[in-house]
Structure formats: structure tokens, C-alpha cells
Design a protein around this ligand. Structure first.
Ligand code: NAP
Length: 481
């Protein structure tokens, strides 16, 4: 079999914020895995930077410790070979220190990428310094982490800051959900099969549910999260992206701008959301467990750790089809999925079997990535004609075995940066369009001073979220069911 791992070109990847949590927990272990499978060529180099005054060996020791925690099962021998590709230069992102050292280390004849794993307040300043130092060559790439703005105005300012120094085709805005295998499989399912696309519209689809449920709390990010909340932290980026891939028209080709043009059209067609179609919640303290306000250290907080909402897409394909989005912390299970509910059969030829159920196509992102189609069959055996619902279930791990060991989302996305493929990254206008839809919703509850309702930890969210569905005669899929 031909190797599925295609080595990328030699590169210099400068990792700003290299001593930070994200770099140590995700980015560096991810790069190690790509090295382990042979995707990194001999000419690959990772140059970590931060203000901490350590040398190459000090940084490599730090990476070794992180690998023990975040990449269990790594090989020491492979790690030593990987670390020979890793260097460190102390750089003060907003001062003068370190920039000339960094410049001296950079090579001219390799792919050049700058990964900004630092707070967004540093994005524009670093971009400007890279530009002023002559490091931002026309072919170099800059990668920025979420959050991309706090609202439309700040997202515009970030875009302006980056575009003053880099062209849009050089800017990679990471939404790691787009690097997940199943998310890309959604595109394959829709556009590489003829089965679903003829049914993929309001004539055949009743509604869509998109759920991203977490069991964790704010996990040491309390100060940031309390300024943000579930709407900004999850809906504006991850859930909107999942909605776009579910709802977009087929792009003319699988190219970055063709795909992103179609996604922007979906976001621009999102209708305003009535406050009555929103349920916000905050997990409460209970049984000796701290609640949300304790975790963020703000007893008066009105920030939501849970949100559910109903939105319509104002176009021909989706007229009248509600999309229900739901995400929250400290919920019953960790689970992300897109569930497409097809309409019930219009007429039954099977009397006395109760109402027929429509088919449901579930695209599971985590845990256990895979696709399930709920179908109705005859109950086996004699003694009358009874029907029951069964799932045609395809777990990628079961179906594909070792082939299903897909790289982590970060690994895939970083390699896409080196390859120069922006398909799975948000374009600037996409980020702004999503904020333009989100801003008035948030302003609505802020102006009224709404308080989120409380929900139990380990539950499916507040009662209002259930009511949102019940009012429409529908039910949420059970989280962790
Ligand atoms: P963090 O742990 O606070 O790390 C920040 C890094 O930036 C450190 O390496 C710090 O090192 C460096 N830094 C801070 N100020 C600097 C300056 N003036 N000049 C140079 N380096 C500076 O943050 P993080 O959790 O890794 O997050 C990084 C970014 O990713 C943030 O935008 C965050 O929102 C985003 N993000 C994080 C996660 C996550 O799970 N952690 C998930 C999604 C997105 P020194 O102090 O040594 O300079």
C-alpha cells in the first residue's frame, strides 16, 4: 500500500508562546507525532519563542516533561531525534529583545511560518514586528489562535492589524474543529456521495441539532471565560462552523476560496435570533462542588456557561428548517455531534404499529468519531408485523481499524499551514460575518440585564433549553445517550 503520509517541504516554524499551555499540551506533542510518522523532513525546524530566558536545552527539557504528560507512549529515542529539530530564542513580542537573534536563525530557502500561540492582544504587535524586521516574506504564513475578537469591532481591528503586514492568503485563523476527521467527512459524505444531497433540503429535512457538550468546567481559564461565555467562546466559531459545513451549497471545487465563499453565504443568511429562542444557563454549586461563579471568582457573574438557541437560515434550501445549537460546560457527557432529522414518512401502510419515525443521520465528532443512520425495520420473527428503530452504525475505529487513527486536529492543521492549504481555516470575512450575527444577540441580553438560569452539574442544561424544543413539538437527543 502506498504510504498515506506525504512529507511536507522543509520549514522554519516559529512558535510564539512556546512555553505556554497550548504549545506544550497540543502543538509540540502534535508536531512530535507528525515527526514520528515521517511527515517532517530533515530540513524541518521548530523555533520556540517566549520571554522566558532559557536556552535550547532548557526548552527541550520543558518539551520532554510535557511529552510525558500529554503524549503518553512516546519513544525516548524518537523524541531525542525530534528535539534535534527544536530550538529556542527568547523574544519579547512587544519589546526589542530577541528579534535580531530570531532573524539570524531564519533560513531563506524554506517554508516560513509564524504560529502565534499567545493572547490576541499580541497578534497585531507581533505581525508589525515581523514585518518591520523583514521577517514577513511574501510567501511566509502567520497562524493565529482563537479567540479571534470579542465582537465585530475587535475582529475588524485584528484583521486590519494582520492585513497591514500580511496578505489574506498568508493568514491562517485556526478553528481546530475544522481539523477534526469527522468534520471533513461531513463534506465527503455530502459531496462525494449521491445518496444524501438530493434529500438535503427543507422538503426532506425537518430540523438539525448541533451539540457540543463538555463535562469540564472553565479549567483555569475563568478570568477569560467570564468575559466571554459560551456564545462567544463556542457558538461564534465552532458551532457556526459546523452549521456552515452542514448547510452550505456544494462548492464548485475543493479549494480554499470556493469552500469559504459558500460558508460565508450561509453565515450571511443566518436570521436574527429572537430572545425567546435562546436559553442561557450557569451551572450551580452543589454537594460540596463549586459552581460557575466560584470557578470564575465572580459571585455576580451573568455570563452563560450553557447556551441553546434556534436559528433559521434565510435561503431556498433551508426555508422553515430550524437549526438548534447547544453547548455548555459541566454537562452530563462529553459529546459533539450533528444530528440531521429527516421528515416522518407522509403516510403509513402499516396499521397498528404506532407513529413512524423519520430517519436521523448523526455525525459524531467526539467521542468515538463516526456516522449513524437511524432507520426503521421490521422486528424479526413471526407473530405480526412490528416495526422498530435500529441504527446503521459506522464507527470509524471499527470500520477502518488502524487507518482510523487520524491525526489530532492540530497536527493536521499545522501540516496544512506548511503545505499552504487554507481550506480548513477561517477567512477574515467569515470571522467578521459570524460576529455580525452574534453581536446583536449578545447586546439583546446585555441591554435587558438578563441572568442565565441555573442548571445542575452533570445534567443536560437548564429547563428552558428543554422547553425551547418542547414548544416546537420536538426533543433534544439525549446527551451521553
Ligand atoms: P498561556 O499558557 O498564558 O501562554 C502564553 C504564552 O505567551 C507563554 O509562552 C508566554 O511566555 C508567552 N508570552 C506572553 N506575553 C508575551 C510577550 N509579551 N512576548 C513574548 N511571549 C509572551 O496561554 P495559552 O493557554 O497557551 O494560550 C495561547 C493562545 O491560545 C491564547 O490566545 C488562547 O486564547 C489560545 N487558546 C488556548 C487554548 C488552550 O487550551 N490553552 C485553547 C484554544 C485557544 P512568557 O511568559 O515566557 O513570555
Amino acid at each position: 500500500m502506498v504510504s498515506r503520509v506525504i512529507p511536507v517541504e522543509p520549514f522554519d516554524l516559529v512558535l510564539f508562546g512556546a512555553t505556554g499551555d497550548l504549545a506544550q499540551r497540543k502543538i509540540l506533542p502534535g508536531l512530535y507525532h507528525r515527526f514520528e510518522v515521517g511527515q517532517m523532513p530533515d530540513g524541518a525546524r521548530i523555533i520556540g519563542t517566549a520571554r522566558s530566558d532559557i536556552d535550547n536545552d532548557g526548552f527541550r527539557d520543558q518539551v520532554r516533561k510535557s511529552m510525558e504528560q500529554f503524549a503518553p507512549g512516546f519513544s525516548r529515542e524518537t523524541l531525542d531525534r525530534f528535539l534535534a529539530h527544536v530550538e529556542y530564542v527568547p523574544v519579547d513580542a512587544l519589546g526589542e529583545a530577541g528579534w535580531s537573534d530570531l532573524k539570524e536563525r531564519m533560513r531563506e530557502d524554506v517554508v516560513r511560518a509564524f504560529y502565534l500561540s499567545v493572547g490576541p492582544s499580541l497578534f497585531s504587535g507581533i505581525a508589525q514586528r515581523l514585518h518591520d524586521a523583514g521577517l514577513a516574506t511574501p510567501d511566509s504564513r502567520i497562524v493565529v489562535e482563537k479567540p479571534f475578537g470579542h465582537d465585530l469591532a475587535s475582529a475588524k481591528a485584528l484583521n486590519e492589524g494582520l492585513r497591514a503586514c500580511f496578505e489574506e492568503h498568508q493568514i491562517y485563523r485556526i478553528d481546530h474543529y475544522l481539523g477534526k476527521e469527522t468534520v471533513q467527512n461531513l463534506m465527503a459524505l455530502r459531496f462525494a456521495n449521491s445518496l444524501f444531497e438530493p434529500l438535503w433540503n427543507s422538503t426532506h429535512i425537518d430540523h438539525v441539532q448541533i451539540t457540543v457538550a463538555e463535562t469540564v468546567s472553565v479549567e483555569g481559564r475563568g478570568a477569560y471565560y467570564d468575559q466571554s461565555g459560551a456564545m462567544r467562546d463556542m457558538v461564534q466559531n465552532h458551532l457556526v462552523q459546523l452549521l456552515c459545513l452542514t448547510a452550505m451549497e456544494p462548492p464548485s471545487k475543493f479549494s480554499p476560496n470556493a469552500v469559504r465563499d459558500e460558508k460565508v453565504k450561509v453565515i450571511e443568511a443566518l436570521e436574527p435570533v429572537a430572545q425567546s429562542d435562546i436559553a442561557r444557563g450557569q451551572y450551580r454549586a452543589e454537594k460540596g462542588e463549586d459552581g460557575y461563579v466560584d470557578h470564575v471568582g465572580n459571585p455576580a457573574s451573568r455570563t452563560e456557561s450553557f447556551i441553546a438557541l434556534k436559528v433559521h437560515i434565510g435561503n431556498w434550501r433551508w426555508a422553515g428548517v430550524p437549526f438548534y445549537l447547544r453547548t455548555g460546560k459541566r454537562l452530563r457527557a462529553r459529546e459533539s455531534e450533528i444530528a440531521v432529522f429527516f421528515r416522518d414518512p407522509p403516510h403509513t401502510i402499516f396499521p397498528n404499529v404506532g407513529p413512524l419515525h423519520g430517519n436521523v443521520l448523526v455525525i459524531r465528532l467526539q467521542p468515538d468519531e463516526g456516522i449513524t443512520l437511524r432507520t426503521t425495520i421490521k422486528d424479526p420473527g413471526p407473530g405480526g408485523f412490528r416495526l422498530s428503530d435500529v441504527a446503521l452504525d459506522m464507527s470509524f475505529a471499527d470500520a477502518l481499524g488502524a487507518e482510523a487513527q487520524a491525526p489530532d486536529a492540530y497536527e493536521r492543521l499545522i501540516m496544512d499551514v506548511i503545505r499552504g492549504d487554507q481550506t480548513l481555516f477561517m477567512r477574515g470575512d467569515e470571522a467578521e460575518a459570524a460576529w455580525a450575527w452574534v453581536d446583536p444577540i449578545i447586546q439583546g441580553w446585555e441591554q435587558r440585564g438578563d441572568r442565565p438560569s441555573r442548571y445542575d452539574q452533570g445534567s443536560s442544561g437548564p429547563e428552558e433549553a428543554l422547553m425551547l424544543m418542547h414548544r416546537d413539538g420536538r426533543r433534544w437527543r439525549q446527551i451521553g445517550g
